[in-house]
Design a protein around this ligand. Structure first.
Ligand SMILES: [Zn+2]
Ligand SMILES: [Zn+2]
Length: 907
């Protein structure tokens, strides 16, 4: 926010259409100042040019140093003519004449005449942008006056911030240097020099210099000048010294619209919206007329800080004063209605605009994008008479925000083909889009594009690159990029991308290792690397591992640094961590202690109960939520409907009621997910007639998730007819989806079509899809012991295999028969059994039994669903070993005790 007013001074037609009122705002002190040259007004707001001596030129005496044909009045006329008509040769000609006269004339021209003419010459060179020439003219002056200096100080101040970085900084120094030189010569500044210097302070932020100028203004009694005071107000507003600004404002004996505009802007920039409106009321009472700057500033306040009423009041003022059609006001109004009004208000306003510039079109497009109305946004995009990079960038950002990675990518390709300027913003947008698609090839393409175009690796591009690589399965590249990180800002973003990538790759333990080593290297409280996102990721890693002990430590850390209950994000992550670590009571306790709850919190606890198949507790929580007046969202309904599978008795009726209440009572349209959950409930309770009825009655074309749920429940309840139907629909709908590939591959494998199965897997690999290997693990003495199928890498594998063989034999004696239908590999039948007996879950359970004491619970985690064979084996093992065995798979928890599982075989 702090830089807005700087930009507003140099670029009145700002590219930042989101904050039109700020960007359109001009410095109050600049609007009413006279201009020395008669050149056509520059499109950029300039600092004031000092006024020339106002005394009329004295009549040329007989003893004039410039005898006819070059009297002083004629030379001035020629200089003005050259400036007005932008005629450089004429200007140079007059300059040459002046030199010639002063060299050849025997009679000395009076010093005042020399200064007067030379000042005009300086002004002439400035109007052509030849500041160095103007400086040389100044250097050659024997007695420059305040006007000579003020002209150049203003010229340099006006260029400051407009040119390339280094040059503009140089200009800023030149301006200050000239001022100092003037002071050294003992020349007292005038108000214009002070205003120019204040503009300089604004453009190259220098609060100290600003305060010095204020002191000088008081010392030289220039603080009573309206122009100087207005510039001071603007300066204090810019440097967040609003209180000084207000006291200065109170002391002013005379105020104009610019003075009021300055304090309105200062208050709005400090988010003191109510005070801004109070001041506006006083402004109206004092009879000062508002202008389009006042209104657009207040519209920003109304957009960001208030509801509809204040904005509508300003809209009424705009209509009353005829400023509604002013471009800056109407664009600010569009911004306001985008946030507080309906889409109809926006469209209405937009249609009424007499002239629509690209900023207005962009505001309209952005409005639709923010509301997620992409069809309308694209309609606007197509209708736009001209488009700039902002147009493309906002559509790109919108696609990313709505998770439409592929459309974002297509737009970027279009931009590239149309030779649109590609900014850092565009590249970040494109990389975010690719990260959403997770497409490895595209990520490599854009990565090489960034390298090829020599793009500077600033923190935003750098972190976007890391995030994209991490999300597209290029963890190594992401880590290499991360190693090169040298920026001070945004470290947290890059760090949390890296931490999340390990979890995504199925190695949450690496997340913890990396975080802990960072804690050792850096001061933990350093905000450099520890923020809510990082902590939520680390707590999430503990949850993914099921590492209760480490999770507790991280919980303590968040409490220590005051993050735990500050906002629900961390609290929600902690609830999820405890639930996934098999500690449901702790999860509930944290939920009860949270200071504020959001919908994610309620959904999170429901999710936790579902992990333990506690449907009745989900329904209790649902009632509690309604009683407390919390509004459910679409996700809540998916969870509540799903809970009906795990209730004590058939709750098909309840489930149907909930589905119908969604639209009628909560105005939430049931989506695919809700119908998919419903299918699972109906199928679970054996109501397949109702399932078929539901398939016919779904008000839209069911998507893949619907058919996938049907397939799952048909397999569990052995309904091959419906399963086939689901399979056919699924393959027709999503032949390109990763899960469909795995499904197809597994189906081919199940029907022994190994060649087809392998071909599908090959295609998956070529598309950059990854299959994380199946593994099971347990935490023992703060170490993660991970096992893969037939894994012999563990140091105690000899004991594990020996123990497992004995246990398998014992189980077989008690009726366990390996079920080879769970093996999906092209191997002989006896080999299949071998595969099955050494599934990762069995190895991990065996290690758990060996490594823990008799009374301890064996806790095993698995990254896919527990297979049916392992499930029946572990049930028997729990009797034979007399141990309680807890297994968490992707669906939830199985607690095996005395040959029974808590899931009652319906996972
Ligand atoms: Zn298994
Ligand atoms: Zn179970």
């Amino acid at each position: 926010m702090a830089t807005t007013s700087v930009h507003s001074l140099s670029f009145p037609i700002s590219s930042s259409f989101n904050k039109p009122s700020k960007t359109k705002y001009a410095h109050p002190s600049l609007s009413s100042l006279p201009c020395a040259s008669n050149a056509p007004p520059s499109p950029l707001i300039q600092p004031p040019l000092p006024v020339f001596e106002t005394t009329p030129a004295p009549a040329v005496p007989h003893s004039s140093p410039y005898p006819s044909p070059y009297p002083r009045s004629r030379l001035i006329f020629l200089l003005r003519l050259a400036i007005r008509h932008k005629h450089l040769p004429l200007l140079r000609g007059v300059h040459a004449l002046l030199v010639k006269i002063s060299d050849t004339d025997t009679e000395e021209p009076s010093p005042s005449d020399v200064v007067f003419l030379t000042n005009h010459l300086i002004s002439g060179y400035i109007s052509f942008g030849f500041l160095t020439h103007a400086c040389k003219v100044l250097d050659g002056m024997p007695q420059p006056n305040v006007v000579s200096f003020s002209l150049l100080i203003s010229a340099y101040a006006s260029q400051c911030g407009m040119l390339k970085h280094r040059t503009s900084y140089g200009d800023s120094r030149a301006s200050v240097g000239l001022f100092r030189r003037m002071r050294r010569l003992g020349i007292l500044p005038n108000s214009f020099a002070l205003v120019a210097l204040l503009v300089n302070c604004l453009r190259r932020p220098n609060p100290l210099l600003g305060r010095q100028v204020h002191a000088l203004a008081i010392k030289s009694c220039l603080n009573s000048s309206l122009h100087v005071t207005n510039a001071l107000l603007g300066m204090y507003a810019k440097f967040d010294s609003t209180d000084i600004m207000l006291s200065l404002f109170d002391e002013m004996s005379e105020r104009d619209t610019s003075s009021w505009n300055a304090i309105l802007l200062g208050l709005v920039e400090e988010r003191r919206y109510q005070e801004a409106f109070d001041q506006f009321f006083k402004m109206r009472m004092s009879g000062i007329r508002w202008d389009h700057y006042s209104l657009s500033t207040l519209l920003t306040a109304a957009t960001e800080g208030f509801g509809a009423f204040q904005g509508e009041v300003i809209h009424a003022c705009a209509i009353k004063s005829g400023l509604e059609r002013d471009m800056s006001v109407s664009t600010a109004l569009l911004g306001f209605y985008k946030k507080h009004g309906s889409i109809d208000d926006m469209v209405d306003l937009f249609n009424k605009m007499p002239a629509k510039d690209i900023t207005a079109w962009n505001a309209m497009l952005n409005g639709f994008v923010n509301l997620g109305l992409f069809d309308f946004a694209i309609e606007v995009f197509d209708k736009m008479p001209e488009r700039d990079s902002i147009t493309f960038n906002s559509l790109l950002a919108g696609f990313c925000k709505n998770g439409e990675g592929n459309r974002g990518w297509d737009l970027f390709v279009q931009m590239f083909k149309n030779r649109m300027p590609i900014s850092d913003f565009t590249l970040v947008g494109c990389m975010n889009a690719v990260a959403i698609t997770g497409d490895r090839k595209k990520s490599e393409q854009i990565h090489s594009f960034v390298v090829k175009c020599g793009c500077k690796l600033g923190p935003r591009i750098h972190s976007a690159l890391i995030d994209m690589c991490a999300k597209c399965g290029r963890t190594k590249d992401a880590y290499k990029l991360f190693k090169k990180w040298s920026h001070k800002e945004d470290f947290n973003i890059a760090f949390s991308s890296i931490l999340s990538s390990y979890i995504r790759d199925g190695h949450p333990e690496k997340t913890l290792n990396h975080f802990i080593s960072c804690c050792k290297e850096l001061e933990p409280s350093s905000s450099l690397f520890m923020d809510e996102f990082v902590m939520a990721t680390v707590v999430g890693a503990c949850g993914a591992l099921g590492f209760d002990g480490m999770g507790q430590q991280m919980h303590c850390l968040t409490v220590k640094y005051g993050m735990a209950y500050a906002d629900p994000t961390i609290g929600n992550a902690i609830v999820n961590m405890y639930a996934r670590s098999g500690n449901l009571e702790h999860a509930r306790k944290v939920f009860d202690e949270m200071h504020s709850l959001d919908q994610v919190s309620w959904n999170g606890l429901m999710d936790a109960y579902l992990l333990y198949c506690q449907g009745d507790r989900v329904l209790d929580l649902w009632s509690e939520m309604k009683e407390l007046g919390f509004k459910p969202d679409a996700r809540t309904f998916v969870l509540v409907i799903s809970a009906c599978r795990y209730t004590g008795h058939s709750s098909v009726g309840t489930c149907q009621e909930i589905l119908f209440s969604m639209k009628n009572m909560y105005n939430i349209e049931p989506s695919d997910e809700h119908y998919a959950a419903m299918v699972k409930v109906l199928g679970f309770w054996g109501c397949f007639d109702e399932v078929e009825e539901l398939i016919c009655n779904v008000p839209f074309k069911p998507s893949s998730s619907f058919w996938r749920s049907l397939l799952e429940i048909c397999r569990l309840k052995s309904n091959p007819v419906l399963a086939k139907k689901a399979m056919q629909n699924l393959l027709a709908l999503e032949p390109e989806d990763e899960s469909t590939f795995i499904l197809a591959s597994n189906l081919y494998a199940a029907s022994s079509r190994w060649y087809c199965s392998e071909r599908v897997r090959e295609e998956m690999r070529s598309k950059g899809m990854r299959k994380i290997p199946v593994s099971s693990w347990l935490i023992q003495s703060n170490m993660v012991h991970r096992f893969y199928t037939r894994d012999r890498t563990h140091p105690r594998s000899k004991d594990i295999y020996g123990g497992l063989d004995v246990l398998i034999l014992e189980c077989m004696k008690n009726g366990y028969e390996p079920d080879t239908s769970f093996v999906l590999h092209e191997v002989e039948e006896h080999q299949k059994e071998h595969f099955l007996l050494y599934h990762s879950a069995k190895l991990a359970v065996m290690y758990g039994i060996l490594a823990t004491g008799q009374g301890d619970v064996v806790r095993v985690m698995k990254n896919v669903r527990l297979c049916g064979d392992c499930h029946s084996f572990i049930k028997l093992a729990s009797i034979l070993t007399g141990r309680e065995i807890l297994v968490r798979d992707t669906n939830g928890f199985h607690v095996f005790r005395n040959g029974e599982c808590s899931c009652r075989d319906r996972w």
